[in-house]
Design a protein around this ligand. Structure first.
Ligand SMILES: Cc1cc2nc3c(=O)[nH]c(=O)nc-3n(C[C@H](O)[C@H](O)[C@H](O)COP(=O)(O)OP(=O)(O)OC[C@H]3O[C@@H](n4cnc5c(N)ncnc54)[C@H](O)[C@@H]3O)c2cc1C
Ligand code: SF4
Length: 543
């Protein structure tokens, strides 16, 4: 069967803050200059927001620039950030530390980023953007000269072995003069673009964190709308980078999450169990006792910062948001920078498309424009903070204080990053970690958690978690690393099962919450995460 095709001026892959900001800005410019410009956004989630998971304390700087009247338009920014608390935890005690300047949140809002995206989607549609949720871009299309000419959505109704089943429907080709990739952290198509156009040559590897989050409705007596709490220290040891966040939203809700840097070394570590253990801390547990857990999910975040940003443009397209890596780690914020990169890309693309009718050209001015924005200056100032945590928690904190207060981000050096999967040590060289059993009150097992993510993938489709070599999980991962995928996957997708023929890796792909950690942390890079059928994955209500 041949694929149908649709023609647009601009196709945007991903309906997160970066993609929706790009779409909105493109249409604003087209309307202001009374030009025809067709813009389409495709999103793999069943609706806009279904796959969005963030903290989130939101800095409204980019939104102020994009839609200055957001308040009148009813943007869901309802809870101004109030008190900031920064705690260092030992196993039994909590010590208040001075809040680092990047973590001051006056003027920011505690939000659900999923809900903000739903609202942004409505604004974009009102300006004439076509939005297609439930469609996953599975393939990049190239023209004869090798330039990107759009994307194709995946086929529907394939059998497990990849052959067309009785309900087979071929994917659709979306052709565009420019394609904007806004896939978020570790974009699956972006990975191929990195290779094809050698976009990562001369820059540091990207480094990542895994964020696991729950949404709770808590006892009103424990609730303080606007309170922002961050912790470092216990339960992680000094060598692993990470910490927690607790954000008190409206309606007695608290967003609680735990982020672990994926450059951790001990293969016995389980980010999920660390999070569950964290909630047992005497200073944290009372917040959740008597409350109700409403939602659960996980997502990787890009932590490399400025030195890990790849070349952003290539013939026919460009990268925006977390798929390029614009997150500001010391602030733990990437939504405002994602939006700003999307808006800047839109301005460059609009200029290019109005200057020439042909497609396949490279929007080179995007990078120049970006370098002149506050985003670049913001990332430049903090570029050495995340890599300094290679010296452990206290080494990193001491360097960060020096970098922030004395050097003011103007150090004449730049610290480098290494690939996360290479950091993983051998199982025999590290102590096993004895995690407590969940108590069912504040801590829970993985499967009951995944249930709260409303994850669903159509039965019978080929697995979207592909092994390059089926023997590696047992021969190398189990033998040398004690199968770390059993522990780093926050959805329990990977299980080693004992069979009469020996151990076997079982992949419960239907539980995957699309966090992308396996694609990042697998020590042999044997796991390739590709998009499943459109609409599959979590269905987050308001994460
Ligand atoms: C635990 C956690 C806490 C965070 N806390 C904060 C915070 O407090 N404040 C803050 O500002 N930032 C925070 N961030 C970071 C922030 O969420 C991201 O920087 C931001 O979401 C990036 O926006 P994006 O548009 O680049 O990508 P995303 O928000 O990831 O959106 C990408 C979209 O593209 C879709 N997509 C991906 N691939 C395809 C494909 N091939 N086809 C179709 N659709 C596709 C995805 O489903 C998704 O909807 C946090 C992140 C995490 C994980
Ligand atoms: S299978 Fe991979 S992407 Fe899916 S939830 Fe597990 S670690 Fe995340």
């Amino acid at each position: 069967m041949t694929r149908e095709s649709m023609e647009y001026d601009v196709v945007i892959v991903g309906g997160g803050p970066s993609g929706l900001a790009a779409a909105t800005r493109l249409r604003q410019l087209a309307l202001a200059e009374e030009r025809e410009l067709s813009v389409c956004v495709i999103e793999k989630g069943s609706e806009i927001g279904a796959h969005i998971l963030s903290g989130a304390v939101f800095e409204p700087r980019a939104l102020n620039e994009l839609l200055p009247d957001w308040k009148e338009r009813g943007a869901p920014l309802n809870t101004p950030a109030g008190e900031d608390r920064f705690l260092y935890l030992t196993e039994r005690k909590a010590f208040k530390l001075p809040t680092p300047p990047q973590m001051h949140n006056a003027g920011n809002y505690i939000i659900s980023l999923g809900n903000l995206c739903r609202w942004l989607g409505e604004q974009a549609e009102a300006l004439g953007v076509e939005i297609y949720p439930g469609f996953a871009a599975a393939e990049v299309l190239y023209d004869e000269a090798g330039a990107v000419k759009g994307v194709a959505t995946g086929d529907m109704g394939l059998e497990k072995d990849g052959r067309p089943g009785p309900n087979h429907q071929p994917g659709v080709e979306l052709h565009a003069r420019q394609t904007i990739f806004a896939e978020g952290c570790r974009g699956s198509l972006t990975k191929g673009l990195f290779q094809r156009f050698r976009l990562r040559e001369g820059v540091d590897p990207q480094t990542y964190g895994l964020g696991i989050k729950e949404l709770w409705e808590i006892d009103p007596a424990q609730h303080q709308a606007g309170l922002v709490v961050h912790t470092v220290g216990w339960p992680l040891d000094q060598s692993a980078y990470g910490g927690s966040f607790l954000y008190h939203l409206e309606n007695n809700q608290v967003a609680v999450g735990f982020v672990v840097g994926l450059d951790y070394r001990n293969p016995h570590l389980s980010p999920y169990e660390e999070f569950q253990r964290f909630k047992q801390h005497p200073s944290i547990r009372p917040t959740f006792e008597g409350g109700r857990r409403i939602a659960y999910g996980a997502r990787a975040l890009s932590e490399g910062g400025l030195q890990s940003i790849p070349r952003l443009t290539f013939p026919g397209g460009l990268l925006v948001g977390d798929t390029a890596g614009f997150l500001n780690v010391p602030k733990i914020k990437g939504s405002h920078t994602a939006m700003k990169s999307g808006m800047t890309a839109a301005e460059a693309v609009f200029e290019l498309l109005t200057a020439s009718e042909t497609g396949g050209r490279e929007a080179l001015s995007y990078t120049q424009k970006l370098r002149a924005t506050w985003l670049w200056e913001e990332l430049n100032r903090v570029r050495n903070i995340r890599p300094s945590f290679r010296w452990g928690l206290w080494g990193g904190m001491a360097y960060s204080a020096l970098d922030t207060f004395v050097l003011r981000g103007k150090a004449p050096w730049t610290l480098n990053h290494h690939e996360d999967h290479r950091a993983l040590g051998k199982a025999a060289d590290f102590p096993k970690i004895d995690y407590p059993r969940p108590d069912g009150v504040v801590s829970f097992d993985r499967l009951s958690s995944v249930f709260l993510s409303n994850t669903n993938h159509e039965d019978g489709q080929p697995s979207h978690l592909r092994l390059k070599d089926p023997a590696t999980p047992i021969r190398i991962n189990l033998a040398e690393y004690d199968a770390p995928e059993q522990r780093y996957c926050p959805a329990g997708v990977y299980e080693i099962v004992a069979e009469s023929t020996g151990p076997r890796l079982q992949i419960n792909a239907q539980n995957c919450v699309h966090c992308k950690t396996c694609d990042i942390k697998d020590p042999t890079q044997n796991i390739d995460w590709v998009v499943p059928e459109g609409g599959g994955g979590p269905n987050y209500p308001n994460m």
